[in-house]
Design a protein around this ligand. Sequence first.
Ligand SMILES: NC(=O)c1ccc[n+]([C@@H]2O[C@H](COP(=O)([O-])OP(=O)(O)OC[C@H]3O[C@@H](n4cnc5c(N)ncnc54)[C@H](OP(=O)(O)O)[C@@H]3O)[C@@H](O)[C@H]2O)c1
Length: 280
Amino acid sequence: MTITTFPLGGDLPVNRLGFGAMRLARNTFDGPARDPGTGRAVLRRAVELGVNHIDTAGFYGVGDVWANEMIRTALTPYPEGLVIATKVGPLLGPTGRPTGQAAPDQLRGLVEGDLRALGLDRLDLVYLRVGAAGGPGGESIGERFAVLAQLREEGLIRHLGVSNVDLAQFQEARSVAPVTAVQNAYADDMALLAECERAGIAYVPYFPLGGGHTPLDTTRLEKVAARLGATVPQVALSALLASSPSVLAIPGTGSVEHLEENLGASGLALGERELAELRG
Ligand SMILES: NC(=O)c1ccc[n+]([C@@H]2O[C@H](COP(=O)([O-])OP(=O)(O)OC[C@H]3O[C@@H](n4cnc5c(N)ncnc54)[C@H](OP(=O)(O)O)[C@@H]3O)[C@@H](O)[C@H]2O)c1
């Protein structure tokens, strides 16, 4: 398939195959810090290969190794058209694992922290990331989303998104301010995806490679990959993008080699036969 662009928020055209920055600083929440020099090389290569949508967060990092810092030092002055999306919500405990949710009055500080760390005057897209690691919590998010809507009114944020939400939380956010993107687990919330498609909202699944384990059937992926002379991650990403025109992929890696492999999915044409085979 040919990777097309998606008009994020109507005015920010991004390639549908982007990059997730979570793995730059460490490969798991408990893992050791990775080499920031390698992280910067990954970022520069991503932009060189056409990535113009980078997903990050102020809480991606450990010690003195942080994704936002790497993005600023590797990519400033930022190239024209590069869209950097961040998330606020989780608060980090001493081990670097998210331990709780920011209260409404803490969100402004988090947004200002992202602005500083990224060296920007305005953030292109900020998601309110709610719930826990296990999925959406179902709690009301209107008050917190209203704080972000206020920051948008003030010009600190261009577009708003929600992350790790269920359909009711998504609708609650939309009743407060326009929602440009939803970032949920690569999962089965088809009603939410359908609503995003209908409304022209981006659906950005996290763990597009299953967090290292593909969410698709490995045997089928391997078969299709072998026939097309492609790799399993490339077929998985191509299938993900083919699943809906609203889907944006943000595969994460701290490796230049894996980055190049993943971006190779943009040249991969999956036909009806392959897609049917992958669906099983
Ligand atoms: N909103 C949220 O709650 C939330 C939660 C999780 C993630 N996210 C966002 O979603 C992005 C993507 O998710 P993710 O990074 O967690 O998971 P992912 O993209 O599904 O998978 C990343 C994992 O796969 C490995 N990997 C990547 N490319 C590979 C390849 N070609 N061959 C073999 N292994 C490969 C990476 O290790 P290497 O680094 O060694 O390549 C890493 O362990 C994140 O970067 C982050 O921006 C958001």
